[in-house]
Design a protein around this ligand. Structure first.
Ligand SMILES: C[S@@+](CC[C@H](N)C(=O)[O-])C[C@H]1O[C@@H](n2cnc3c(N)ncnc32)[C@H](O)[C@@H]1O
Length: 440
């Protein structure tokens, strides 16, 4: 591979694709579900270029983003697998690996750069003039993307090359162990928002200096002062056993997203993540009080992010790209039985089944067999979460959200008299709506 030839070809292709992008209308996105109150926050399922185009067609959809974070596929040459935990009804859950997205760029770095280049130009166009963008990559492609960013934003607009350093990952038997990612930060103009963050700097010998006017602190390691954060961020990946873990491949730590957001988005400002995955930036935005619009092309990522945000009590809209053909047809069915009516007027429904045609999921051999077995022993194994609400203006308005209990073997929905429907989402991004008639 000649990287320079690839870069030159990519630059020509980016120019052509960008002209085409500017000239063509977006496929458009439709609102399917609204969680809680109207908010302007969006989780969208579709191609991000279509989504950015759609956002740019009417600037009242969202405010121009103050901060954009993207964590695109890293050009690793492998499929990224999401590990789904399915409650089997027995002691151990079934861990099913399902392709979350393909990061196989068999045709080389050129097409990868073309894909990213046209999107970076589109992101630059919709950002606030004082906006900042952070692009998360690793050694596979970051050096090529740095050149792309220089082309799209200007080399003088580079704010930081952040190193996220972690302990897990590479073994290093044939070179140093690869244990960091790189985050390229660029601003749209020279006037941008930045709030310095503080980190601990331990005193020599961990002893107090007692300098006049210098504030010192003590923790279990010893004495330290607070200094402006370096461009190296030491933070572990989300541990396997952490409640933060969603099971989505390549999930990034919430703390990392929070640090970036606090540094580059003004309080109450808006942010976007166009390769949203499990919705890490959206959850950080929800915690910090920032508006968000996020997009992912994978229905499994979409369902994971929706569950995560709904579970966190965030208000947001779910939107889907017009005409998007889902790889696994999102048709699911569920049955409800055991309706119980309570004194407070609520009706409790215990879901008995959350099914779908598993043949259409693209699983084969042992994986398909294990999934069938899990469903036979626990008909709720596929259920991700449920909501009770009503249909208004053609979309489902979720007023209360319910997560599976008893290690995934029970899902009870409590509906009040104004609720007319229950909706259930499954682990592969499918959803099904059922009408109910709670007792008054
Ligand atoms: C590295 S993951 C993001 C992980 C995320 N930061 C998190 O913390 O969960 C990259 C994501 O980009 C998505 N993706 C790839 N191509 C896309 C496209 N053209 N439009 C939207 N999303 C895309 C994949 O489905 C995948 O979820």
């Amino acid at each position: 591979m000649d990287p320079f030839e690839n870069l030159a070809a990519a630059a020509r292709r980016i120019d052509a694709s960008y002209k085409e992008y500017l000239a063509s209308p977006s496929a458009g996105f439709v609102l399917t579900d609204r969680f809680f109150a109207p908010s302007g926050n969006i989780i969208a399922c579709g191609d991000n270029l279509e989504f950015i185009k759609w956002l740019s067609e009417d600037d009242r959809k969202i405010p121009a983003p103050d901060f954009i974070y993207i964590d695109p596929p890293f050009f690793t040459g492998t499929d990224q697998l999401a590990r789904l935990r399915l409650a089997t009804g027995e002691n151990d859950p079934l861990l099913l690996s399902k392709r979350a997205y393909s990061d196989k760029s068999s045709s080389g770095i050129g097409p990868y750069l073309t894909h990213l280049g046209v999107r970076l130009a589109a992101m630059r166009d919709i950002m606030a003039d004082t906006g900042v963008i952070a692009v998360h990559l690793d050694w596979h492609a970051v050096h090529y993307v740095k050149l792309l960013m220089d082309g799209v934003f200007g080399s003088g607009r580079m704010v930081n090359e952040l190193i996220w350093s972690y302990r897990s990952g590479g073994f290093g038997s044939k070179g140093f162990a690869k244990k960091h990612d790189t985050i390229l930060v660029y601003s749209k103009s020279k006037d941008y928002y930045f709030k310095p963050q503080k980190e601990k700097s331990y005193n020599r010998g961990f002893k107090p200096y007692r300098f006049k006017g210098v504030k010192e602190y003590e923790d279990e390691n010893g004495w330290y002062t607070l200094v402006n954060h370096r461009d190296v961020i030491n933070l572990d990946m989300v541990p396997r056993s952490s409640p933060e873990r969603t099971g989505y491949a390549t999930q990034k730590p919430l703390k990392l997203a929070e640090l970036l957001l606090e540094s580059f988005a003004p309080p109450g400002g808006s942010c976007c993540d166009f390769y949203a995955g499990s919705g890490t930036l959206a959850e950080a935005a929800c915690r910090k009080g920032n508006a968000f619009a996020c997009c992912d092309v994978s229905p499994a990522a979409f369902a994971t992010a929706a569950k995560r945000l709904a579970g966190a009590g965030a208000s947001f809209d779910l939107m889907t790209q017009n005409g998007l053909s889902f790889e696994a047809a999102p048709e699911i069915s569920f049955e409800m039985a055991d309706r119980q009516i309570f004194m407070d007027g609520s009706t409790h429904y215990s879901l008995t089944e959350c099914g779908r045609d598993v043949e259409k999921l693209g699983l084969r051999g042992k994986a398909l067999e294990s999934l069938r077995k899990a469903l036979a022993s626990n008909p709720l194994a596929l259920a991700e979460f449920a909501a009770a609400g009503s249909i208004e203006d053609g979309c489902f308005k979720a007023r209360r959200v319910f997560l599976p209990a008893s290690k995934g073997r029970e899902l009870t929905v409590s509906a009040v008299p104004s609720d007319t429907h229950i909706k259930v989402w499954d682990k592969f991004g499918g959803s099904a709506l059922q009408k109910i008639s709670p007792m008054v």
